[in-house]
Ligand binder design. Structure first.
Ligand code: SAH
Length: 457
């Protein structure tokens, strides 16, 4: 970061703009909006400045013009003058901006979205002002005009809320409910009086202590673009996050920056924290009043033990919500170009686990070898050879198509297409590592035509 973004109070402070053209006029407008006392130094000024509320020095620039200034902007088209302004300002330790000349700036002016008192500033540090302006245009359309009024309403209640709810979590939760709930909606829809009354009522009936809640959220198979909007919203809200090794780094990047992070492991045979420990921790954190994000790979209700975790919460009467995620089967099949059903090849699909219990696999092999069916096997890498052998022993031909996909949807995705006869051998030779998903069925052949995701390309 080349510049520290700050908002500076220049109300009733003397500021100097050198130059009298259109660019100078735009800078003057900004300074006046921030209620500065503006002096313009320029032999001539443009129309826009004729009626502005400014002091004028209608001469060439002299360093002494800066003697009392708190902030200086040079906006002339004469480089020598701009340089003189810069030097005079530096000598006097006054922040200076020479328009469109990053080298001669001790501060830069961002592009802004003004919803006063909310102001969003976007800057490229002088590197690409046009890009900053494009971004500003996008943000303009995203931030409703009523945000300013909403912030003003909040300002009116600020002290009362602080007095009643103190400094901590309950106060933050209170405001988030105000902004994201009915009161925010009222304000944005222009129903100010109603919003005001509702806010007063909500405050009068608010309790200073609250129980937290738990969000059991599916993080999808890896690619952060596959998160749901709700997942993202709750990830941004959480005070603490419990995550395991299936949650990708890209997804973790999107969790609120100042949320506490607790890794609870869960690789095969390496349960960093036993399931009961996780269940209890969720309860304890929620009882402390925290908003707890339990982030799980894929979908929490598919081989995720999500059910067990919320059972404990339900027993303790702790509020929770469950957000579905794209399960490995869906994500991996799409990114590998293998449709799980197809009119010609498969009318049903079965998800099963290949996890070994006491080194054996106790699956319903008859059900898994039905015709016109796709079988998706989670956690099936260690037992792969045995799975393929059993499927053949129960009636599928050794030439039946099957694939293993490693780290599907991510840039590390690898796909091995083979047959039940040689899949295990090929996967081992290629050195595939967990997490992998196995897909068995005629549909696997379609990958030849449908593969579209090429992480190495
Ligand atoms: N709840 C998760 C599954 C957890 S079980 C879900 O709905 O996806 C863990 C298994 O999921 C892994 O052993 C692997 O079989 C599968 N898996 C998860 N993410 C995967 C990925 N990106 N690529 C391949 N398999 C994946």
């Amino acid at each position: 970061m080349d510049f520290l973004p700050i908002f500076i109070n220049i109300r009733q402070q003397p500021c100097v703009v050198v130059g009298g053209g259109d660019v100078a006029a735009r800078k003057v407008t900004m300074l006046l909006k921030a209620q500065a006392i503006v002096t313009v130094v320029a032999p001539e000024i443009c129309n826009a400045l004729q009626n502005a509320d400014i002091k004028r020095i209608p001469t060439q620039f002299q360093p002494s013009h800066l003697d009392d200034a708190r902030l200086v902007i040079a906006a002339t088209d004469d480089h020598a003058v701009n340089l003189a302004v810069y030097t005079a300002a530096q000598i006097r330790n006054i922040p200076v901006n020479v328009v469109d000349t990053p080298k001669l700036c001790s501060f830069v002016m961002p592009a802004i979205i003004d919803r006063s008192p909310i102001v969003v500033a976007v800057s490229s540090g002088g590197a690409a002002p046009v890009l900053a302006r494009l971004l500003r245009a996008r943000l303009e359309t995203m931030i409703p005009s009523g945000y300013g009024r909403l912030a003003s309403l909040a300002a009116r209640f600020r002290d009362q809320v602080k007095q009643k709810l103190g400094e901590g979590l309950p106060r933050r939760a209170f405001w988030e409910n105000v902004f994201e709930g009915a009161i925010g909606e009222d304000m944005l829809a222009g129903r100010e009086e109603l919003a005001h009354q509702r806010l007063q009522y909500t405050l009068d009936t608010a309790k200073p202590t609250t129980t937290g809640e738990v969000y059991l959220v599916g993080a999808g198979p890896g690619d952060p673009d596959l998160l749901t909007f709700r997942a993202l919203r709750l990830m941004q809200k959480a005070d603490v996050v419990l995550y395991d090794n299936l949650v990708s780094e890209g997804v973790m990047e999107l969790v609120r920056r100042d949320a506490e992070r607790i890794y609870v492991g869960k690789k095969r045979a390496d349960h960093t924290m036993p399931q009961e420990g996780i269940n209890d921790l969720l309860v304890r954190l929620a009882l402390e009043g925290k908003r707890v994000l339990r982030l799980k790979g894929g979908d929490p209700f598919i081989f995720g033990r999500g059910g067990e975790e919320i059972e404990t919460l339900a027993e303790h009467g702790i509020p929770f919500q469950v957000v579905p995620g794209i399960s490995a089967a869906n994500g991996v099949a799409s990114y590998a170009g293998i449709p799980l059903t197809h009119r010609d090849y498969a009318q049903s699909v079965v998800f099963t686990t290949g996890h070994l219990r006491d080194d054996t696999l106790d699956l319903d092999w008859m059900a898994l070898t039905r015709p016109q069916q796709t079988v998706v096997i989670y956690m099936g890498l260690t037992g792969l050879a045995e799975i393929c052998r059993q499927l053949v022993a129960h009636g599928l031909p050794a030439t039946h198509p099957a694939a293993v996909v490693q780290q599907g949807t991510t840039h590390q995705q690898r796909v091995m297409v083979a047959t039940l006869g040689d899949l295990a051998e090929k996967v081992e030779a290629a050195g595939f590592k967990a997490p992998t998903l196995t897909i068995v069925g005629e549909v696997v052949q379609l990958r030849d035509k449908l593969a579209w995701f090429k992480p190495d390309a």
